[in-house]
Write a protein that binds this ligand. Structure first.
Ligand code: NAD
Ligand code: DAU
Length: 355
């Protein structure tokens, strides 16, 4: 079996669902269920004995130790993190605690467990650390895309905490020989994404007639990847990745935020037109994010050439699929848009449009 951390969040839940859809190997899922974790994401597995859910903190070393010795996983796939850049600007503490201290705790327990394994089990064991392209910093318009050799230059408390975690993972391989793999992926979108992130927030606001808040001039660029393609890439890296290596994962879909929001509005016009207004008219320019990275782009040649992975969704097909999912799963959206979520929105946007 494998141990997944953060498997009730957006990517983690998609990964667990994909994994159990594709193979028989059971999953122990350790997740603290912070505001971003949601057991409804895993409703399809309610009666599935291959999925064992444990609510707990990756910083709880005694718990992690017990899970490892009880379930004896052949791999750890580590998603658990604080993941939202804006939240890291308002309150970085939790980011350092979970992303840095939590990853350190997990590495220490993984090292103790791995050291005590028998020869062949020790050889097969893997620690797959799921990270982000944001550790590389920000690109100018004509810079080449991030490769695995791009120096780290994180700009937000979130990306700095992820960079810290990446460095710890690297050190545990270099110093102790722990068989690690690290992936650095671009912006994901798809089902079960918490509506604080650009894509689900815009869909939710458009459908509920709220303004669509564009930070700054809306020309910041992200490289968009459908979450199912990320999950497929992680399975390939776990299966065939070279120990100690890092792999960049991206969608070859660089878009400005305005292009993304226009695409979402056009898809909503086609799938669920409003009787009296156009979604696009809800666009509002708001104060820019502090330290806002201008552009991310991923060079995914390594994973493509070495491991044969390619995204299967295009920007057009993935976005159409995603909008359809949110339209068909409005009950899921209502469930997560709780009171706590509303107070976060007030804090982050304080209802001010700058132009
Ligand atoms: P998310 O915020 O949706 O989910 C994070 C999950 O981790 C939640 O279920 C939460 O309850 C859990 N968690 C948080 N703190 C925990 C703790 N201390 N112990 C146990 N569980 C805890 O995040 P996501 O978007 O699914 O991202 C998952 C991982 O992928 C993160 O490590 C993130 O840095 C990385 N990543 C995300 C993206 C993206 O576009 N979303 C892109 C590249 C990499
Ligand atoms: O690049 C990978 C990263 O992508 C992941 O590591 C992070 O966990 C994930 O949150 C994401 O980070 P971003 O900051 O790029 O994603 P977000 O959805 O928050 O914002 C995408 C872009 O849209 C960014 O340029 C900010 C802008 N934006 C975002 C929101 C929420 C807006 O203009 N308005 C908004 O309301």
């Amino acid at each position: 079996m494998i141990l997944v951390t953060g498997g009730a969040g957006f990517i983690g839940a998609n990964f667990v669902l994909d994994w159990l859809g594709a193979m028989q190997e059971p999953v122990v899922n350790l997740d603290l269920l912070t505001y971003a974790g949601n057991l409804h994401n895993l409703d399809a597995l309610r009666a599935d004995a291959r999925h064992v859910f444990v609510r707990g903190d990756i910083c709880d070393r005694a718990l992690v130790q017990t899970l490892l010795s009880t379930h004896r996983p052949r791999a750890i796939v580590h998603f658990a993190a604080e993941s939202h850049v804006d939240r890291s600007i308002h309150g970085p503490d939790a980011f350092i605690q979970t992303n840095v201290v939590g990853t350190f705790s997990l590495l220490e327990e993984a090292r103790a467990y791995w050291t005590a394994l028998s020869g062949s089990e020790q050889q097969q064991f893997r620690f797959l650390h799921v990270s982000t392209d944001e550790v590389y910093g920000s690109l100018e318009a004509h810079d080449p895309a991030f490769s695995e050799a791009t120096p780290y230059a994180p700009n937000s408390p979130y990306s700095a905490s992820k960079a810290g975690a990446d460095h710890l993972v690297r050190a545990y391989h270099h110093t102790y020989g722990l068989p690690t793999l690290t992936t650095n992926c671009s912006n994901n979108y798809g089902p079960f994404q918490f509506p604080e992130k650009l894509v689900p927030l815009m869909i939710h606001h458009a459908l509920s007639g709220q303004s669509l808040p564009i930070y700054g001039d809306g020309k910041n660029v992200r490289d968009w990847l459908y979450v199912g393609d990320h999950c497929a890439a992680l399975r390939v890296v776990l299966d065939k990745g070279r120990v100690g290596e890092t792999y960049n994962i991206g969608g070859q879909s660089e878009k400005t935020n305005l292009e993304v929001v226009h695409t979402l509005c056009e898809l909503l016009e086609q799938m669920q037109p409003h009787t009296t207004r156009r979604y696009i008219d809800l666009i509002t320019y708001v104060k820019d994010r502090a330290g806002h990275d201008r552009r991310y782009a991923i060079n995914a040649e390594k994973i493509s050439h070495e491991l044969g992975w390619q995204p299967s969704e295009t920007f057009a097909s993935g976005f159409a699929r995603t909008v359809r999912w949110y339209l068909e799963n409005q009950a899921w959206v209502s469930n997560v848009t709780s009171g706590a979520y509303r107070s976060w929105l007030d804090k982050n946007y304080h209802a001010e449009a700058v132009r």
